[in-house]
Design a protein around this ligand. Sequence first.
Ligand SMILES: Cc1cc2nc3c(=O)[nH]c(=O)nc-3n(C[C@H](O)[C@H](O)[C@H](O)COP(=O)(O)OP(=O)(O)OC[C@H]3O[C@@H](n4cnc5c(N)ncnc54)[C@H](O)[C@@H]3O)c2cc1C
Length: 286
Amino acid sequence: MRYEAPETLGAAIALLAGATGDTRVLAGGTDLLVQMRADVVDPELIIDIKRIGETRTVTEDRGGWRIGAAVTGAELKEHPRLKLVWPGVVEAANLIGSTQVQGRATLGGNLCNGSPAADSVPALIAAGALATLAGPQGRRDLPVEDVMLGPRQLALGKGEIVVSFWLPPRPPRSSDAYLRFIPRTEMDIAVVGAGVSVTVDGAGAIAAARVSLGAVAPRVLLVPEAAQAIVGSRLDRAAQDRLEAAARAACRPIDDKRGTTEFRIQVAGVLARRAALIALDRARTS
Ligand SMILES: Cc1cc2nc3c(=O)[nH]c(=O)nc-3n(C[C@H](O)[C@H](O)[C@H](O)COP(=O)(O)OP(=O)(O)OC[C@H]3O[C@@H](n4cnc5c(N)ncnc54)[C@H](O)[C@@H]3O)c2cc1C
């Protein structure tokens, strides 16, 4: 096995594009190294992207925020301003694993591992985040909801990596929240996850919303019907009921030992409602 840690994006892409055998990008390694130890993957070439500056920084960009794909959850939590603007994204990244795991695990790795239960992905989708990809043909932006096509299936072409995520500018009175259900308090994979982002108008009604659900379908879902169910409302009981119904209607979950289909559908509605209430409360006081 060959290990490379290039210091430029160009060098990383050239290595990836020129590789013939099984090649893997390494960020925090909290998925990749576990899979290697379990003999699930056996790469010939590992390309560590953590020395590439662009993947490791959080910057303000065009009125929004750009987060490098190899920034860890712990680093996001320490950022003085990001958590004020995007508390849901930061809290989702900090639900991943334990304190130790959060010191390594990255947003890029969470997305590119291709799990429908990845915790930060619903929060990024609710945020309207774009993933910036770079490859032999140059750069392109993809909405995060379009990056994952199914379990372990990504829309990345050969030689492409996720370089960063761009979170759009935030209008006043906006906020977000992420909640997940797990059978224990930590160190478990989401049975259901829900991310909600809202903007409130001057009169206190929801002017814009995005709702995303994880672990209830082969890919993390953007659920526009759930957002439409609450736009124009003050999230009164009737709007909450509409939101729950729309969230449940979007679910196509598996049935396994961690949760039955019926249970996941039920919980998806509850979490979408609770996350919306938290996001709304944060938006009104932001
Ligand atoms: C004990 C434990 C607990 C965990 N708990 C959770 C949890 O609660 N919630 C959760 O969602 N996950 C959890 N995970 C899974 C894992 O920690 C996360 O998915 C994490 O975000 C992966 O990030 P990473 O940087 O470690 O990825 P890596 O392991 O480095 O990479 C993961 C995959 O993505 C690819 N990749 C990484 N970065 C890029 C990039 N920029 N461009 C293209 N491909 C890339 C790699 O090649 C690899 O296939 C847990 C893992 C462990 C070991």
